[in-house]
Design a protein around this ligand. Structure first.
Ligand SMILES: [Zn+2]
Length: 319
């Protein structure tokens, strides 16, 4: 009798353990099915690809789970200047342009150049943010109002400039230091254009439009509100003598010196060579923008345009 009871207890015990083990297994399996890893695997992502996606934030991973498998997503995430919020635009720009260069696609989209210049709907969302102060961005997607007049504008002495020019005080101070350093090397920097107000730009662009139409006017001049010269943070710099003018400035020693030293005084070359599709402007060896020494040095070392810097670093700081 005792033995039979013992046996029954034994069987019940075993059964109970089996049920518990099975239950644990089921729960674990259900849990596993709800994990990101499982969901991504189901979509077709490989182990290494999943590892790349797992580095993103939780809500971002969920968004990718909601999309179809796409190998390009992994390649974009690996890009240095990848911004998650732009992912869908990277994918659609690449599809539409058949551009296989991921780095290039990221640059284009980050700066908004997947839109037409002056795109009305886009531009209303990307108006120049004045909170950025010395780091404000003005380009073909970011504009200043008609009544924007920079503070502390001072006149530039004739000794340093052709014609009458004015610029923000901080820019002038830094330019004077830069001018002095260049002079010690036997070089002469001359300002040919500095602060330009809205009305000036408006009449300039209108003049071009009347001459040859909108398309041509846009190719040679910024529209009113979209010129960086309205910020009071921009200088066009050339030199004296033969070949010192704008179109040949890049061949001068002054230009070579600026290329190596301008960032030390807080200036960057704003429209570098072969970056037209990112900046919206053809190469301008004479156009320098003041951003302060820290940012200028960073941009110099990273070798990127200001538009790219702003999209990735400045905008991300603001959140
Ligand atoms: Zn300029």
């Amino acid at each position: 009798m005792k033995r039979r009871i013992k046996k029954q207890v034994y069987i019940v015990g075993i059964a109970l353990i089996l049920v518990i083990v099975f239950a644990i297994f089921i729960i674990r399996y259900i849990n596993y099915r709800s994990t990101n890893t499982y969901q991504l695997k189901k979509l077709g992502y490989q182990k290494q690809e999943i590892a790349v996606i797992q580095k993103l934030e939780t809500n971002q991973i969920k968004q990718i789970i909601g999309m179809e498998y796409n190998q390009s997503i992994i390649k974009f995430i690996k890009e240095k200047y990848f911004l998650f919020d732009n992912l869908e635009r990277y994918l659609s720009y690449q599809k539409q342009e058949k551009d296989e260069d991921f780095t290039h696609v990221v640059s284009i989209v980050n700066v908004g150049a997947d839109h037409e210049y002056y795109d009305k709907d886009f531009v209303t969302k990307t108006k120049t943010d004045l909170k950025d102060e010395n780091l404000i961005l003005v380009n073909k997607f970011h504009y200043l109002d008609k009544d924007f007049i920079p503070k502390d504008i001072v006149d530039i002495k004739n000794w340093y400039a052709y014609g009458e020019n004015a610029i923000r005080e901080i820019v002038y101070e830094q330019f004077l230091q830069m001018h002095k350093a260049a002079e010690e090397e036997g070089l002469k920097l001359i300002i040919t254009s500095a602060y330009r107000d809205y009305e000036f730009q408006e009449s300039l662009w209108n003049k071009y439009r009347r001459q040859n139409g909108i398309e041509w006017a846009d190719s040679v001049s910024a529209r009113a509100g979209y010129s960086e010269h309205q910020t009071g943070l921009t200088l066009d710099i050339i030199t004296s003598g033969e070949g010192g003018g704008m179109n040949t400035f890049e061949n001068t020693n002054e230009f070579k010196w600026l290329s190596k030293n301008a960032h030390k005084y807080g200036f960057i070359l704003r429209y570098p060579k072969d970056k037209e599709d990112i900046t919206g402007y053809a190469y301008e060896s004479w156009h320098y923008r003041y951003v302060g020494t820290e940012v200028a040095t960073k941009i110099y070392n990273l070798n990127i345009t200001y538009d790219e810097y702003y999209a990735y670093y400045q905008k991300e700081i603001e959140g």
